[in-house]
Write a new protein. Structure first.
Length: 335
């Protein structure tokens, strides 16, 4: 393993943009399809992998929702979560804020008690076994109506102590932030922290609206902000975190190749960017794979990686004492 990756692994990092349903590995997908006798258009894990050839966000989402259809009982959700948390342990991700999509499950008749119990047990086990710190972001699917988001917020009430934040994901174009303005206001009154995907495929105006109408504290992706210099200036001034996902951006054709990814310009411009994996098996890698690709294709340096780790801890919703502790560890100069 390269010196660069060993160094990045050793840095305490937070992962802030990771869809737990998007961590479903092809092998687990096939195992669960067999367990629950779910009919899929694939016979082997290799067939599934061959389908990971996307032209845009929607072509990925179609496969992602098909994959999620094999998650049925509490143990499935437990295993999915526990496997990702083991990955965090192995990659030096000391804190993770994971997104989940309740409507993907409730629409199939699988209730909150099934997935929240599975997630909750895995989170408790990881915390007990190696002190893993984590929290959950409940996302509304933006292609569904506002009414469904309100129903989801209501159904989450008995599980509120397990959920820290609200997010917004799925098909961005044609589903602007304003569609969810009222449900975000209601969630804010209930004490949830607020984030939203914006400016992945959608225009910079969606980022402005996520900030002004939804009142989010972080923008997921946000890479299209670069098309609007005034917005960039605002994001720099307010230090608004942008949870950037490089491998995802390339696989979904937001940028043609990793060499075209603007993350180093974004860092130089003073934007508060972090690196994240989004949906790792679908996009070709976990967090360290993203760092490795940035190092190889863009010349990301150890000092850049340290800055990105600092940004990730500062942009997380962990308590002040833990935040100060991790930042203290990150203040050591790069080798
Ligand atoms: N759901 C899972 N991954 C997503 C992404 N990158 N953008 C929007 N919705 C998603
Ligand atoms: Zn995402």
């Amino acid at each position: 393993m390269s010196e660069f990756i060993d160094y990045v692994r050793s840095l305490p990092k937070a992962e802030l943009h990771l869809h737990i349903e998007g961590t479903l590995e092809p092998s687990m997908l096939m195992e669960l399809a067999k367990k629950h006798q779910v009919d899929l258009p694939y016979s082997t894990a290799a067939d599934v992998e061959r389908a990971y050839d996307f032209e845009d966000l929607q072509s990925f989402l179609d496969l992602y929702y098909l994959g999620a259809s094999v998650l049925i009982d509490e143990d499935d959700f437990y295993s999915l979560m526990f496997r990702y948390l083991e990955r965090c342990r192995d990659e030096g991700i000391v804190h993770t804020e994971m997104m989940f999509d309740p409507q993907t499950h409730t629409e199939r008749g699988i209730g909150f008690s099934v997935f929240m119990r599975g997630f909750g047990r895995a989170i408790e086990d990881a915390k007990g076994q190696w002190g893993q710190s984590s929290s959950l972001i409940m996302c509304f699917l933006r292609h569904l109506p506002e009414e469904s988001a309100f129903e989801t917020l209501k159904a989450a009430e008995p599980f509120k102590s397990q959920i820290m934040s609200i997010g917004l994901d799925s098909s961005e174009l044609g589903h602007p932030p304003e569609k969810f303005e009222r449900v975000y206001a209601a969630a804010s009154l209930q004490g949830y922290r607020l984030v939203a995907h914006a400016g992945e495929e959608g225009p910079p105006a969606y980022i402005v609206d996520a900030l002004d109408r939804l009142k989010v504290e972080r923008i997921d992706h946000g890479v299209r902000c670069l098309e609007d210099p005034e917005l960039v200036e605002r994001l720099v001034k307010t230090k608004t975190p942008l949870t950037v996902c490089p491998l995802s951006n390339v696989r979904l054709c937001v940028f043609e190749t990793m060499a075209d990814h603007p993350i180093r310009q974004m860092l130089k411009r003073g934007l508060n960017v972090t690196v994240n994996a989004d949906d790792p098996p679908y996009f070709g890698g976990y967090l360290l794979d993203n760092f490795e690709a940035l190092h190889r294709e863009l010349g990301l340096t150890m000092e850049d990686a340290r800055q990105l780790a600092v940004n990730s801890i500062r942009s997380s919703f962990i308590d002040e004492a833990s935040c100060a502790g991790w930042l203290d560890q990150l203040s050591v100069p790069t080798p």
